[in-house]
Structure formats: structure tokens, C-alpha cells
Design a protein around this ligand. Sequence first.
Ligand code: M6R
Length: 607
Amino acid sequence: MCGIVGYVGSRPVTPILLDGLGKLEYRGYDSAGVAVWNGDRIEVEKAKGRLSVLRENTCGGVHPVGCIGIGHTRWATHGKPSDINSHPQTSGTGRTAVVHNGIIENYYELRQYLISQGVQFVSDTDTEVVAQLFEYYYNGDLLATATRVVGVLEGSYALGILNADHPDTMVALRRDAPLLVGVGEGENFIASDVAAILKYTRDVYYIDDKEIALVRKQGVEVYDQYGRKVDKELRHVDWDVQAAEKGGYEHFFLKEIMEQPEAVRATISPRIKNGRVELEIPLSDEDIRKFDKIYIAACGSAYYVGVAAGYLLEELLRVPTTVQLASEFRYQNPIVDEKTLVIIISQSGETADSRAALREAKSRGATTLAVVNVVGSSIAREADMSLYTWAGPEISVATTKAYSTQLAALYLLAIKMADARRSITDERYAELVRAVEALPTLIERALGIKEQVQQLAAKWFSAEHVFFIGRNTDYAVTLEGALKLKELSYTMSEAYAGGELKHGPISLIEDGTPVMAVMTGARLFDKTLSNVKEVLARGASIAAIVGESARDISTEADCILRVPDCEPLFSASLSVIPLQFLAYYIASLKGCDIDKPRNLAKSVTVE
Ligand code: M6R
């Protein structure tokens, strides 16, 4: 998705903008640009393609020369990727420049209106409408103009604006798209993602919906949509800068796979004290006992975490639990009320559909709990309570450690809730706590499977499609395995619940078709093995992920991947590891862009 960075201070701005945009590259983009006040006018440099093109065009940041500017990486929505459609977009006079994340939903009406007023457009973007509108409304007063613009724009936006009459000020405003102001000494920043400015400052103001910030070298003022001053709390971000660097690994994806033991430890350890799960969320035992229904809503991998958590919650709590895609939940008129707990899972905390699902749930009176990684993100701030996953910055577009820490956070939540409802015995409680505490070490051991998976990848990398099968929690993890393979290696891959094969998909199995069977659960081992035999009889090439103590199945599977035994309800945390490696090595062999797969964005902030 698009990225914004802006700077005002005493240093040359263009290198700072290029550096910040570099930190946002991971979000996915197709063009990049900067606008800088050069002492005489707003100078724009922008180009389709990678940031390297912009670096070349600006001679590595030597020009434009100035100390205030805004930069952008664009992921096309309105108008194909091109130099003209890249941001910054400017007004006809060039006296207003705008960078924008999001979608202006009423751009067409506004554009038609402005055309009727004699304004001429040069791009196909919705963003140019904002630049032209700002100039059209401009009355010499930046704040008054900005409040007027906020009053008419519909849709989602984070905007950074420069105006030639005020060459000391950046205007930043937002609605439904992330934006923050970084506060330095004699210099200030704007960014859509803290990673862009972490090198310069860790003190930030999170801008709320429809707020307007006027950012100058000397200070920052924030106003509401009516122009009334707002007092903001300065927040300190303690993410480690190193965590956002590759640290010797060829790819962030691989680095983040290897970081999983530590990330999961950080999620779990501080929350287990003297054998008891203690969560920092304001959810009393009485609150927990009141729920007669649980919904989980999320997108992509976070949704697949939800699928695993759904099995777990129903098993431990005996409370009906529905797992739904956030994009469906928001439009399905869900049966949700004051007795419902709605759990929203999101790494970024900015996913548009998940955020909409959260609002939908809140509007129906449900208690909302966000399992979220990015502190201060929109979902974290809007939910009734947040359980942070503390995975640190995840840079690879495809998730690994955020997925694993989301699982871990939900295990803790399920144990706590089951205890509060007395749906498990004290012995089972103690057993589950021990099992969750053991996970970081077991994940570390599971990473040892890397080379074996690499060999499997060498056999499977030219396959046109790969099937994944499993049952219950093992099925949940196959969904994630298939998504990882699709995302990273562009291999057609599908996950099926073992029992579903005979209902259609088995017709696709032919000689040599690769099938990955996940069968770590002892209870359903034989059931999945029957499915394995069915596809084997039709010529499939089988690899199976099993627990280390599972019986030998070498007559059925060509490749047996053993992961450490663990509590069956938590097995996704271990069986996902070989699946992550499989996607990684197949993508490597196919020469894919592993950290930034085509067409994908790290956080999907538009619907
Ligand atoms: O930031 P979120 O967790 O809300 O993002 C949800 C999905 O967009 C995300 O998990 C996506 O599916 C990843 N590319 C998976 O690797």
C-alpha cells in the first residue's frame, strides 16, 4: 500500500525523504515521488517504478534542495502506475502539492464540479482532486482551508500537503488511514508508518480521524475538523531499529521465520506469573462469564489464526464461536449483541475491512477485543481493549512472526477465559499453561527442519499446483500454508479439510500432484491418513507433517516432516514452520521477489 513521509527542519530534506520511503518499500508500491520547497517554488520529482529510479532522478537525493518536503510511495488504485499518476499530485498552479494514502470515494463528483469551474486535470488519480480542491478553497489560511477540505472529502485518506504561501508548514490530515507526526529537536516529521522515521525520533503523535496537524520546524499544532485546538498525548515508540533491518539474512521473510521463538516468548513470558495467565486487558471473570457467543473477524493470515483459535475456544470454553472474514462480517448483518465478544485480529491494526468489522460489532453493543501488533494503530485505539502481540516490526509483506504471536496471544486468552468460566479443571489449566510456556523452545526446535524442507522444495518447485489437507487445527494451518505458497511463489495452492476431498477436489489429483498432509493431531491421524491413501491411489506425491512420536507412514508419504510433539490445540504453532520454509524455498528457486511479492501490500488500508 502507499506510504507517506514528510520532513521540516534544518537538514537537507530529500535524502531524509528517500531514506524514509526506503523504509516503507516493504509495504508494496509501483511508483514514488517527492515535493520540496526549494526556496522559490515547490519542486516535484516523481517516477513510475522502484525507488531506485527516483534515487537516480534526484542524483541520490542531491536535488530538489530544501528543508521541507513530502514523499510518497504509490500503490495504484485510481489510474495505472505512471509518472503522471505518481504522487505528489499538484494543483494546476503547482502551488499546492499533495501525497495521499487511501481512496477518495466522491472524487468523481468533486472532479466534475471542479471541471465545471474551469479547473483542468492532468492525471487519472483521485489525489489530484484533493490538490485542486485545496487550491480552489484556499483563502490564505491553511487551517481554514484544510477544515473545508475535510468537510467535503468522503472515503479514506491520510494526506500530506505543502502550500507555496506557507513554506514553513506541512499540513497532515487523516480519516480511516494511518498517519502520525514524529517530534524531533528543531525538526518534525509526518509518516504513515513509524518505521519511516524511527531512525530520527521515537516520540509521536497519532493523528485521529478528521484531525488536522500543522507541522513546522518549531512545533506541531493539532486541530479537530472544526478548527478547534486538540491536546494530543506524545507517545513513545520502543520498537528496535535493528528489528527493521535484515541483520545478515538475505530476506526479511527468512529472518522473521527465525525470530519466531523470541517473538512468541515476548508474547507469552510476561503474561504468565506463578503459573497463572495474567492479561493486561480490562476483562473481568464476570465479563467473561456473560458472553454467550464469540465472533472472530479478520483478513488473510490473521483470519487463518482465527480459524485455529475458533477450534481452541469452542473446545476449551464450550461457547459457540464463529470465525468470519472481516470483509464478509461487515456486510452480513451479524447476530451480535451485548453478550457477544468480538475478537478482531490484525498485525497492522489498519486493515480497512477489519476496522469496519470492529465498528460494526461496536455499533451492535458487542465487547470488542483486538489482537494486534502495531501499538497505537487504529484498531488498537478503537477496540474496547487490545491484547498486543509484541512481535516487533514485521517487514516482509507475507507474515510469519505476527501469525505465530497472534496464535500465542489467543492461546493465553482462551486459557484465561476457560478458567474464568470454569469450563476446564485446575489440572487442565496447569497443563495448558505449561504447554503454552513450552512453545518458544519447541518452535526453536521445529526450525531445525529447514534443510529437510529445502530438499522437498527442490522436488516440488516446478509444480503447477500444490494441495494441502488436514483436519481441525491441522486444517487451519493448511490454509496458512497454502496462502504462504501462493503469496511468495505464485504457485496455485489450495487447502482442503481432509473430509472434503471426496466432495470434489479429488478430481484434480493426477500422477505426481504434490499433496502436503498436515496430521499432527493424534485424534484424527487415521482419518487424515485415509485421505492420504485416497490421493496416493490416484498418483499424488505426498509429504506429511507429523508429530515426532507419530507412527511411521513411509509407505504412504515420500517425505515425512516431524515437528516436536505438543498440546494438540497449540499444534499450529509448530506445523506452520515447515510450511513457511516450503514457501520460502520454492519462491527462492523460482526467483520470486520474496519480501515484496507482486501485487501485494503489507497492510490493506483500503476496502
Ligand atoms: O495487518 P493484518 O493482520 O490485518 O493483515 C491481514 C492480511 O492482509 C495479512 O495477513 C495478509 O494475508 C498477509 N499478506 C499474509 O501473509
